[in-house]
Design a binder for this molecule. Sequence first.
Ligand code: HEC
Length: 125
Amino acid sequence: MCISLFILLLLITTGDYFSKQNDDKLIATLDSAQIRKEGLKLYNANCLSCHGVGGRSTSFGPALINRIYSKGNLSDRAFIQAVNYGAPQRNWDYGPMDPVEGLTQTEVAQILAYVRSEQERAQKR
Ligand code: HEC
């Protein structure tokens, strides 16, 4: 999970949501398991209603554990963009996705880390 941590660090250093001091505190207190745990909470509050438990879909949105969204097919940047700016209807008949409001970029990175871990788990089966 070094990669996710890297993304988080990258986003923190480029984002303007936290002061430098808070960043240092955050980095010092979060390991990758904790990042995913925070991501799970944020996912459940912001994404579950459409993408389902563990990214396994609902009638309002596709399964994020689908291979078409795995790292090789949907980059971290594209994932983050979908959250920040929304996504057009592309692969399904659910309609487009609206931007998800009210998340800091650190929180988006935590959600990404959680979803990536669910994708990896699903693809091992
Ligand atoms: C109101 C419903 C809704 C919510 C809430 C929602 N999504 Fe989506 N999302 C969709 C739909 C519908 C699509 C499929 C668009 C399509 O046809 O490709 C989608 C697509 C996506 C995609 C793929 C984008 C692409 O470029 O193909 C990602 C990644 C994604 N959502 C992540 C998230 C995350 C993370 C959250 C929570 C922060 C979230 N979504 C919240 C409905 C939702």
